[in-house]
Design a protein around this ligand. Structure first.
Ligand SMILES: Cc1cc2nc3c(=O)[nH]c(=O)nc-3n(C[C@H](O)[C@H](O)[C@H](O)COP(=O)(O)O)c2cc1C
Length: 245
C-alpha cells in the first residue's frame, strides 16, 4: 500500500469537529486538487461556494435539516452542477444553449460534481482533516439557491463539511467486493451477498459505541427508496433551467 491508498482506505465521515480553523494553504490545495481532476470535455461543469461565516453556516445547517455539524465545521463547501459558464460561452459564440432539452446534461453536471466532491474528500483527508458530505443541501434547495445567489443553470448538489476531526465514529463496513466489482459480465446473483452483508451491517449498528440501532442494510435502503426523500427537486431543476424539471 502507498500513502495515497492508505489514506483512501482509512476514510470515514466525521460529524463533529474541533474548534480550530482549517489552514488556508490546505484549503487552497484541496481546491487545486479538485481543479486538476477529470471532467466532461474539460467543460468543468461545477462550482464550489465556500461558506465560513458563522451565521450563514447556522442558517445552512437548518436548511439542510438541522445538521449541527455544518455549523461546527469551520468550512462548509457547497458543490454545484454549473452550466452558467456554458451559457456565457454560448452567448459569446452566438449559439443556442440546449441543456434543458437533454437529460444527459444532468448526468454530466452531477458526474463532474461527484468527481470534484470525492477529490476534495481525498485531498482533505490527506491533510488529516475530517469531512462529511451533505446531500441535505437539496432539502430546501430554493432557499439555498437564493442564499448563495446561484444564477440560472446552477444547482446545489452536495455540501461538504471540512474541519479538524472531533469524535471518531469509526469505519462503516462496506459491501463485499463481489457485490460491486464484476469481471466481464454483471453478476445478478447478489442476494446471498446481501444476506451476508446484512449480518455484518446489523452487527456493526448494534455494537457501535454511539447511535447504535437495530436493522439490516436491505431494510434501511429499501425503506429509504420507498418514498421520495427531498421534495421540490423538479421545481428546482425547472427554476434553474435544467432538464428533468
Ligand atoms: C453525496 C453524499 C451526500 C451525503 N449526505 C449526507 C448528509 O446530508 N448528512 C450526513 O450526515 N451524511 C451524509 N453523507 C454521508 C454518508 O452518510 C456516508 O458517507 C455513508 O454513510 C458512509 O459512511 P462513511 O462516509 O463514514 O464511510 C452523504 C454522503 C454523500 C456521498
Amino acid at each position: 500500500m502507498n500513502e495515497v491508498t492508505k489514506s483512501l482506505l482509512a476514510h470515514r465521515s466525521f460529524r463533529s469537529y474541533q474548534d480550530k480553523e482549517v489552514d488556508e494553504g490546505q484549503l487552497e490545495q484541496i481546491i487545486q486538487s479538485v481543479q486538476a481532476s477529470p471532467n466532461w470535455i474539460n467543460g468543468q461543469q461545477y462550482s464550489i461556494i465556500a461558506v465560513k461565516d458563522k451565521d450563514r453556516k447556522k442558517k445552512l445547517a437548518e436548511l439542510c435539516g438541522n445538521q449541527k455539524h455544518i455549523e461546527e465545521a469551520p468550512v462548509f463547501l457547497v458543490f454545484c452542477a454549473d452550466f452558467y459558464r456554458t451559457y456565457l460561452a454560448s452567448e459569446m459564440e452566438g449559439t443556442t444553449l440546449n441543456i434543458a432539452e437533454d437529460i444527459d446534461t444532468l448526468i454530466v453536471g452531477v458526474t463532474d460534481v461527484g468527481i470534484a466532491l470525492g477529490t476534495a474528500v481525498a485531498a482533505a483527508e490527506s491533510f488529516g482533516l475530517g469531512t462529511v458530505s451533505i446531500g441535505g443541501i437539496r432539502r430546501n434547495a430554493l432557499e439555498v439557491i437564493d442564499m448563495l445567489d446561484l444564477p440560472e443553470y446552477v444547482i446545489p448538489v452536495s455540501g461538504l463539511c471540512i474541519g479538524h476531526p472531533g469524535e471518531d465514529a469509526g469505519q462503516k463496513p462496506r459491501l463485499p467486493k463481489e457485490a460491486v466489482y464484476h469481471e466481464e459480465r454483471y453478476n445478478r446473483n447478489q442476494q446471498p451477498i446481501l444476506e451476508e452483508y446484512n449480518d455484518t451491517y446489523s452487527r456493526y449498528l448494534r455494537e457501535r459505541p454511539k447511535n447504535n440501532r437495530i436493522g439490516t442494510w436491505t431494510e434501511f435502503v429499501a425503506s429509504f427508496f420507498s418514498k421520495r426523500y427531498y421534495q421540490g427537486i423538479a421545481e428546482m431543476l425547472r427554476k434553474q433551467k435544467f432538464p428533468g424539471g
